[in-house]
Design a protein around this ligand. Structure first.
Ligand code: ZN
Length: 102
């Protein structure tokens, strides 16, 4: 049964997790300690990815348009220059990957 935190993973990541768990659990003693360590580490890393996405979701939910907070027309409606909270909320994982490559 899928664990709740897995809902934060992409299909590709969920498939990788399932494969990793299968490899880690299937052959048992036939695996070297190193293989089991890599499998455990991969699962921990995917849990971290899921936790970070959940964290971003919580923070996104708390970001309110600066204009709307002041009783003005929100920037996403007025199509003006995005305020900082709206700019941050619009960032994607692809945006962050590009930044890391720069
Ligand atoms: Zn805004």
């Amino acid at each position: 049964m899928a664990e709740d935190w897995m809902k934060w993973l992409t299909e590709e990541e969920a498939a990788a997790l399932e494969y990793t768990q299968t490899v880690g659990a299937s052959a048992g003693a036939a695996h070297t300690v190193e293989v089991l360590h890599v499998c455990n580490q991969a699962v921990l890393n995917l849990r971290t990815v899921a936790a970070l996405r959940a964290l971003v979701g919580e923070k996104d939910g708390a970001l309110v348009c600066s204009y709307a907070m002041r009783g003005l027309d929100p920037c996403y409606r007025s199509r003006g220059t995005p305020c900082v909270p709206c700019h941050v909320r619009a960032l994607t994982e692809d945006d962050m990957r590009k930044r890391m490559e720069e």
